[in-house]
Design a protein around this ligand. Structure first.
Ligand SMILES: Nc1nc2c(ncn2[C@@H]2O[C@H](COP(=O)(O)OP(=O)(O)OP(=O)(O)O)[C@@H](O)[C@H]2O)c(=O)[nH]1
Ligand SMILES: [Mg+2]
Length: 194
């Protein structure tokens, strides 16, 4: 994948606002603060096109980034941010669910999980939802720079064992700080874009 021309296209709050074309979509899901927006910036070589924050709960809408007019990266709000009001959490949950059920163009769901943490309850729920709805999926273990490089492979296996003991889904490490993982991930995305 060569990114020539990444463009922010639209922030949607309901399915009527999704782009009206059939470009394939690669969608980022995961807990607040896990690094979904940072992932997009790393993949498109831009520091700030997708807005990020050290405070969880930064992305509140569904943001579509048009890449080369070939596909979209779709940045969703994160789940599981306990400081968000109940009302806001319900709203965010319904955005995610509406997107996953209404979009007809999902080529791949990328589930992001922090490599340092065990699988959380809401990650398990998201994973089960993806499998039940037969959405194509890979799992990226983010913030891999936060652990010793020699421990990364072991931790990837450990988390895969917890979530996907059948090992029929790709689990890969990722870091927006330590760029050695980027090429493998780009190659994997290419497989799904066909
Ligand atoms: N060390 C390190 N920090 C990261 C990495 N990815 C993201 N971060 C940091 O983690 C924080 C959250 O990143 P975001 O990309 O905003 O996370 P998000 O998943 O989009 O969060 P929400 O929009 O709240 O759901 C920011 O301070 C990032 O700089 C990474 O790979 N390594
Ligand atoms: Mg975000």
């Amino acid at each position: 994948m060569i990114v020539k021309n990444p463009k922010f296209e639209i922030s949607a709050v309901n399915s009527k606002q999704y782009p009206k074309n059939d470009l394939p979509e690669i969608v980022l899901v995961g807990k607040s603060n896990v690094g979904k927006s940072s992932f997009i910036n790393t993949m498109i070589n831009r520091k700030k096109l997708a807005r990020t924050s050290s405070e969880p709960g930064k992305t509140r809408q569904i943001n579509f980034y048009n890449i080369n007019n070939e596909f979209y990266f779709v940045d969703l709000p994160g789940y599981g941010y306990s400081k968000m009001s109940k009302q806001e959490q319900v709203k965010v949950g319904s955005f995610i669910e509406e997107y996953l059920t209404k979009s007809k163009n999902i080529s791949l769901v990328v589930l992001l999980i922090d490599i340092r943490h065990d699988i959380g309850e809401n990650d398990k729920m998201m994973y089960d939802y993806i499998i039940k709805n037969e959405l194509p999926c890979i799992v990226l273990l983010t913030k891999a720079d936060k652990i010793a490089i020699t421990k990364v492979d072991n931790q990837v296996s450990n988390l895969q064992e917890q979530l996907n003991p059948l090992k029929d889904i790709s689990f890969l490490p990722f870091s927006s700080e330590r760029k050695v993982y980027k090429d493998d991930v780009l190659n994997k995305l290419d497989e799904y874009l066909g």
